[in-house]
Design a protein around this ligand. Structure first.
Ligand code: PHE
Length: 344
């Protein structure tokens, strides 16, 4: 019996040497020290020995049990450390890996142009005035001197809503009426505003025209405003926007809400006015519609047109952005293609 016991001890210790994970360790424990483990069973069988052998055997069996328990505890610690180290290694952070760059949003190229406009006009005393995108026929057309069935309405095909007389604004000009009514204090105060915003036209989409686009409108109403003020102000704007040496010209045109009306051209800065396919070999680029505010429109804004006068203009920031960056298709702007947008 005693020999057998010593053999168990040798086997157990030898086996323990080879144990290298906690599952195997657990199995080893059950095998030798568990309730039905080899050493436990031997210890329990002490009573079956002849009385004179019992004390000796029992003592040795207890010693071995103790010894194996201690060996077990040591091994357990070693195994645990090993496993921890392995875990750490598999979860290891490579601190030399370069970080992933955060992708930042950018400012839309058209918004960039808008902001340049705002800065230049602010320096000349124009404040930003925004008004609604969803307009009534009254504000979009009637108050701007488009008679109900006047063919001028055909200039702009509108998006109609299911509500009678409610449309998406086709230009920012209805903002002129809102600004005069809200800031003019019943036609007693001057107004100097720019009116930026999205406009909508029911049109064929092409490289040159989109169903949505922005405009920046300008309006100045005062007591002695003359056409020379309009020309000087727009020329000053053009010089800051396109360069001090740029020439500006005004061409007679027609809008129902201005009289007289003019279109504004700047010398083509792409070909130095030599003529290219963008300026269609004219040497000039159109940048705005403008004119003196029509007396009827002034009256609709609350002013007495015999005392008050004003000028207005409307510009297309998309077109100006296209010219400046050599963009040949207006559809890029609102199609949200990052490959395009990330270039700005
Ligand atoms: N609203 C005109 C357009 O959309 C532009 C314009 C604005 C013209 C103000 C004159 C004065 O074409």
């Amino acid at each position: 019996m005693l020999e057998q016991l010593e053999q168990q001890r040798t086997d157990a210790l030898a086996e323990l040497e080879t144990v290298d994970d906690s599952d195997a360790l657990h199995e080893w424990y059950i095998k030798y020290l568990g309730k039905k483990g080899a050493v436990t069973l031997m210890l329990r069988s002490t009573g079956q020995l002849p009385p004179e052998e019992r004390a000796n055997f029992g003592k040795r069996a207890n010693e071995i049990k103790h010894l194996l328990n201690e060996a077990y505890a040591q091994r357990e610690q070693a195994v645990r450390q090993q496993e921890l180290a392995a875990d750490l290694e598999s979860d290891a952070l490579d601190v030399t890996l370069p970080g992933r760059p955060r992708t930042l949003g950018g400012i839309h190229p058209v918004t960039q142009t808008h902001r340049e406009f705002y800065t230049i006009w602010a320096d000349m005393g124009f404040q930003v005035f925004t008004s609604r995108d969803v307009e009534t026929d009254e504000y979009n057309f009637q108050l701007l001197n488009f008679p109900p069935d006047h063919p001028a309405r055909d200039m702009q095909d509108s998006f109609y809503t299911t509500d009678d007389g409610v449309i998406l604004r086709t230009h920012t000009s209805p903002g002129q009426i809102h600004a005069m009514r809200q800031l003019g204090e019943n036609g007693t105060q001057p107004v100097r505003v720019i009116l930026p915003g999205m406009c909508y036209r029911y049109e064929q989409i092409t490289a040159r025209s989109e169903v949505q686009f922005t405009q920046v409108e300008g309006l100045a109403v005062g007591r002695k405003i003359r056409m020379s003020d309009l020309k000087g102000t727009i020329a000053a704007f053009a010089k800051r926007m396109f360069g001090q040496n740029v020439s500006v010209r005004f061409r007679a045109s027609y809008f129902p809400f201005t009289e007289p009306s003019m279109e504004v051209d700047v010398e083509c800065f792409l070909c130095d006015a030599q003529g290219c396919n963008v300026c269609k070999y004219t040497g000039w680029l159109e940048i705005a519609g403008s004119g003196m505010v029509h007396p009827t429109v002034l009256r609709n804004g609350g002013y007495d047109p015999t005392v008050w006068s004003g000028f207005a203009f409307g510009m297309g920031p998309e077109r100006i952005t296209m010219l400046r960056h050599g963009i040949n298709d207006i559809r890029y702007f609102w199609s949200n293609d990052l490959r395009f947008l990330e270039q700005f």
